[in-house]
Design a protein around this ligand. Structure first.
Ligand SMILES: [Zn+2]
Length: 420
C-alpha cells in the first residue's frame, strides 16, 4: 500500500502577498524622498538609478493612503475569499511608530487603520513586519536613522546579534498593538546575501518574542523557475523549522511606485492559457502572487486594485466549482509544507491502520492511498464519505477510481488513521 501527502484538500494553494503596506502614510512617497536626499548627501551630482524612483513624480504621489481605501480593499478581499500576507511596517520610513501613532497626521486615520488591520485584514492575511522602517536602518538604542538602508547595505546584514535584535525590535512593536506575527517580510532584498544567518535570526526572534517555532519569511520572487516552499533549520525532534515562502508572479498590479501599471494578462490571460500562472497551476504548485500596497492605490486611481479584480475573476473562471484551488494565508502554506515533509507515517497492514506522528500540526492535511478503502476513521472517529471533489473537505474521504483521498486536521503527536 502506498500513501502520499498531496495538496491541502487536493487543491492548489493560492496566496496574495502585499508588500509596503503600513498605517496612515504612503511608503513610496517617503521612500523616494529619503532616497534622493541620501543620494544628494553621499553621491552629489550622481543621478538616481531607476530603482531609486523618479523624483519628478513625487508631486503626484500623496503622503498618505487613506483608511477608507484600506477598508474598501480589505472588504473586497474578504467577500471574494482572497487570503495571503499583508505587511505592517512597524515604524514606516521612521515617520511614526505603530504603537505610538503618527503625530503629523489626524489621529482618527491612525485609529481607523488599526481597526482595519485587526478586524478586516488579519482574519484572512498574515500581518508581518517588513523590517522596521523599510527605508533607513535604525540605531536600536536611540531609534534614530543611520546612513545605512535596510534594502541596500543590509542585503548583506551583520550576522551577529544586531540582526536578531533588529528583527526582535520589529516584532515587538507589532506585539505592542496586540499583533503577534507569524513571520517576516524582507524589504527588497534584505538579508539575501546571508540567507542562512537571516533565516536563523528570524527563527530565533520568533521563538523569543512570540514563542513560535514554525515561522516563515518572504524574500524571493522567482519568475524563471517553478516555485517551491523550502524549509530551513529543521529540528524534527523539537518541532522547529522555518519556511521560505517563494512567490512566482508579480509585481504586475501597480508596481511599488504606484505609477507603473501592470496587466492582468501577465498573471493569466482571458482565455486562461497564457501568462505566468497557468503552467504553475497545471503542475499544482503553490501560486503565491505579489503586489505592493501603493500600486493597488495607484495615487487614488485604484488601477492596481482593478488589475487584482480581473486576476481574481480569471482565477475563478479557471476553477468555477472551487475544486482546483484554495486560497491560503502564507503561514498556512508554511505549516502545511512542514507537516507534509516533516511527519512520519507508519503503515500497519494487519491492523488496518496507519500512524502519523508529527510535531508540525496543520489544517486540512490530505493524503492519498492507492487503494479503495471504506469506513475511514481518525483516532476511532468515523469520517464522512463524499462522492464528489466539490463536497470534499476536512473530516471526509472520497474514493476516486483506485484511490482514496482523506482530509483531516493533523494535530501535534500521534494520529491513527484506520479503515475497515
Ligand atoms: Zn517592500
Amino acid at each position: 500500500m502506498e500513501i502520499s501527502v498531496c495538496n491541502p484538500l487536493f487543491r492548489t494553494p493560492l496566496s496574495l502577498i502585499v508588500d509596503d503596506s503600513c498605517p496612515v502614510i504612503n511608503l513610496t512617497h517617503y521612500w523616494i524622498h529619503q532616497r534622493h536626499k541620501w543620494k544628494a548627501r553621499h553621491q552629489p551630482g550622481v543621478k538616481p538609478d531607476r530603482w531609486e524612483g523618479n523624483a519628478t513624480k513625487l508631486k503626484e504621489i500623496p503622503q498618505t493612503i487613506p483608511a477608507d481605501f484600506a477598508w474598501e480593499w480589505a472588504e473586497w478581499c474578504w467577500e471574494n475569499g482572497v487570503k495571503g500576507k499583508f505587511s505592517l511596517i512597524p515604524f514606516p520610513a521612521g515617520v511614526g511608530r505603530i504603537d505610538e501613532g503618527f503625530p503629523d497626521f489626524p489621529n482618527d486615520e491612525y485609529q481607523s487603520w488599526l481597526r482595519i488591520y485587526r478586524e478586516i485584514i488579519w482574519p484572512n492575511f498574515d500581518l508581518t513586519p517588513e523590517m522596521l522602517t523599510h527605508t533607513a536602518v535604525m540605531n536600536l538604542d536611540s531609534l534614530t536613522p543611520t546612513e545605512e538602508w535596510e534594502q541596500v547595505e543590509w542585503v548583506n546584514p551583520p550576522i551577529d546579534n544586531r540582526l536578531t535584535d533588529y528583527i526582535i525590535t520589529s516584532m515587538e512593536m507589532l506585539n505592542n498593538v496586540g499583533i503577534p506575527c507569524e513571520g517576516v517580510t524582507s524589504p527588497g532584498a534584505f538579508g539575501k546575501q546571508q540567507e542562512d544567518a537571516y533565516s536563523k535570526a528570524v527563527l530565533t526572534a520568533s521563538k523569543e518574542v512570540n514563542n513560535n517555532s514554525c515561522p516563515f519569511y518572504f524574500l524571493w520572487l522567482k519568475h524563471d523557475e517553478l516555485p517551491d516552499i523550502p524549509l530551513y533549520h529543521v529540528d524534527k525532534e523539537h518541532g522547529t523549522a522555518i519556511a521560505s515562502i517563494v512567490a512566482c508572479a508579480g509585481d504586475w498590479f501597480g508596481g511599488w511606485t504606484g505609477y507603473d501599471l501592470g496587466n492582468a494578462d501577465q498573471f493569466i490571460t482571458d482565455d486562461l492559457t497564457g501568462g505566468r500562472l497557468p503552467p504553475i497551476l497545471d503542475k499544482e504548485l503553490p501560486c503565491v502572487i505579489v503586489g505592493h500596497w501603493p500600486g493597488f492605490y495607484f495615487n487614488g486611481e485604484k488601477s492596481g486594485f482593478d488589475v487584482l479584480k480581473t486576476v481574481k475573476e480569471r482565477l475563478d473562471n479557471y476553477d468555477p466549482d472551487g475544486t482546483k484551488t484554495i486560497w491560503m494565508k502564507t503561514s498556512e502554506i508554511a505549516h502545511y509544507w512542514m507537516s507534509r515533509e516533516l511527519s512520519e507515517i507508519t503503515i500497519n497492514n494487519e491492523q488496518s491502520n496507519m500512524i502519523i506522528s508529527t510535531k508540525f500540526p496543520t489544517t486540512n492535511y490530505t493524503v492519498v492511498i492507492d487503494s479503495q478503502l471504506n469506513g475511514l476513521k481518525i483516532n476511532g472517529v468515523e469520517l464522512r464519505k463524499v462522492n464528489t471533489l466539490r463536497d470534499f473537505q476536512r473530516d471526509t474521504y472520497l474514493i476516486k477510481e483506485k484511490e482514496t483521498i482523506i482530509a483531516f486536521d493533523l494535530e501535534f503527536g500521534e494520529t491513527t488513521l484506520g479503515w475497515n
